[in-house]
Design a protein around this ligand. Structure first.
Ligand SMILES: Nc1ncnc2c1ncn2[C@@H]1O[C@H](COP(=O)(O)OP(=O)(O)OP(=O)(O)O)[C@@H](O)[C@H]1O
Ligand SMILES: [Mg+2]
Length: 256
């Protein structure tokens, strides 16, 4: 595998340079440099409050950074918005809006349809297929607030899939889903990667990191380490990332 510092910009889906983000003048991301190669499954890992969601949202242009640059496939975010699919972190979305599962998935098509046009038969067909891929075909007309948390997660995954993007950002897609669904989701993400798509996932489970991902970024306000899972997941790096709470991680069989 190429070392991150050897990547040329042309090989990258995302290039982040000197990114600093602050909320009310308190920096929550500090001087982040990150080159994400095309066609990889990358995990962003770090403790609660590390800035993982903020990093994704800044890359997607939803938060204005205090400093730094982001390029998506060599261009500005404004030019490349349609190449991005996003699954937000659970709990950051109003799950109560009065709409059914199919409508939520079809919202993912609006980048292709335009906001003021009606979805076509084909948009509906693609949306139903995506619901089927995540095992939710039978729930298409069920209101979102009458689905379980894990089922809602799967609907939002289907929405990201119909966006037919080249670059996906998924914020903790495995949280609150059962083991079978987790397997189904990771198979889907690997399938996307195998189609040369780039998939960036916020992930908390160190046990599955090596199995699921090619690359990992360890984050805690600063980027602590970045590269292949084998290179990055060392006791020293985990200690810096998780601080005093890292002792139980040190006995994790993944890293011994
Ligand atoms: N809108 C906001 N206004 C002020 N501070 C914020 C805002 N959003 C997030 N923060 C703060 O920024 C820091 C980073 O938040 P962020 O949501 O990016 O963390 P995270 O790594 O995604 O955490 P988690 O694992 O809990 O999802 C936290 O300290 C958080 O309290
Ligand atoms: Mg988060």
């Amino acid at each position: 595998m190429v070392k991150p510092d050897r990547l040329t910009d042309l090989e990258c889906a995302v290039v982040v340079q000197d990114l600093t983000v602050a909320y009310k003048e308190k920096p929550v991301l500090w001087d982040i440099d990150l080159k994400i190669p095309k066609g990889v499954l990358l995990a962003i890992v770090g403790p609660n409050g590390a800035g993982k969601t903020t990093l994704l949202r800044s890359i997607m242009g939803m938060i204005k950074p205090a400093a730094g640059n982001v390029a998506i496939f060599g261009q500005s975010i404004a030019a490349k918005k349609r190449s991005i699919g996003y699954m937000p972190q659970r709990g950051t979305v109003d799950w109560d809006f009065p709409t059914d599962a199919l409508d939520v998935v079809m919202m993912g098509r609006y980048g292709h349809i335009g906001w003021f046009k009606r979805p076509s038969v084909n948009d509906k067909k693609l949306s139903l297929e995506a619901l089927d891929r995540v095992g939710m075909a039978d729930f298409a007309s069920r209101p979102l607030n009458q689905l379980s948390g894990g089922q809602q997660q799967r609907v939002f995954l289907a929405r990201a899939l119909v966006q037919d993007a080249d670059l996906y950002f998924m914020d903790e897609p495995f949280v609150g889903v059962d083991a079978v669904t987790e397997q189904a989701i990771i198979e889907l993400l690997k399938e996307l990667r195998n189609q040369s798509k780039t998939v960036v996932v916020v992930h908390h489970d160190l046990q599955t990191l090596a199995d699921y991902f090619d690359w990992v970024s360890l984050l805690n306000v600063r980027q602590i380490a970045y590269g292949s899972v084998a290179d990055v997941l060392t006791p020293e790096n985990l200690k810096i990332t998780y601080g005093g709470r890292s002792s139980f991680l040190m006995h994790n069989p993944v890293i011994t």
